[in-house]
Design a protein around this ligand. Structure first.
Ligand SMILES: [Zn+2]
Length: 74
């Protein structure tokens, strides 16, 4: 559990939302934290990447499209 990572995460995504980025979120199955991440702004675009819960460091693989977000922890 890192308070600083959570703070950096929240400030980053607060700013991203202010800029109008497509910010989506899911609940971490490890700790319940509301993890935010970026999704594409355009249709027919897929962004995949690894991400980590800033609260408990649980790794996820993300598959984000404009209107959907899937995360897998396997
Ligand atoms: Zn977590």
């Amino acid at each position: 559990m890192s308070k600083q990572q959570v703070q950096v995460h929240n400030e980053y995504f607060d700013r991203a939302e202010e800029r109008g980025a497509n910010v989506v979120s899911f609940e971490c199955s490890g700790c319940g934290f509301n993890v935010r991440t970026l999704a594409p702004q355009t249709e027919n675009t897929v962004w995949t990447s690894m991400l980590f819960c800033p609260s408990c460091d649980k790794p996820y693989f993300k598959h984000a499209e404009k209107h959907s977000l899937e995360v897998s922890d396997e």
